[in-house]
Design a protein. Structure first.
Length: 83
């Protein structure tokens, strides 16, 4: 596979991931909001702003971070409890 082909494959993966988290990629969630006579978050922001850019659309927690449950357990225990 050439470098250009590899880059095209990677770019298409990013485009697909962005489509999956957009309102167009989540018609059930959009319909649920509309059924409750509500706008989606993107629709509300679009209504309030003339133009906006979405930053961090594909952001996710770092896989190197410990699970939240371990963090909460560590916070609730005192140093004396860790013996």
């Amino acid at each position: 596979m050439s470098d250009e082909t590899h880059i095209d494959v990677l770019l298409e993966g990013v485009r697909e991931a962005k489509r999956a988290v957009s309102d167009e990629g989540r018609p059930e969630a959009v319909e649920k909001q509309h059924a409750q006579d509500k706008l989606t978050a993107r629709e509300r922001v679009d209504y309030l702003c003339d133009d906006f850019d979405v930053i961090g659309q594909l952001a996710a927690p770092s896989p190197s971070l410990p699970p939240i449950s371990r963090l909460k357990a560590a916070q609730s225990a005192t140093p004396a409890d860790r013996n």
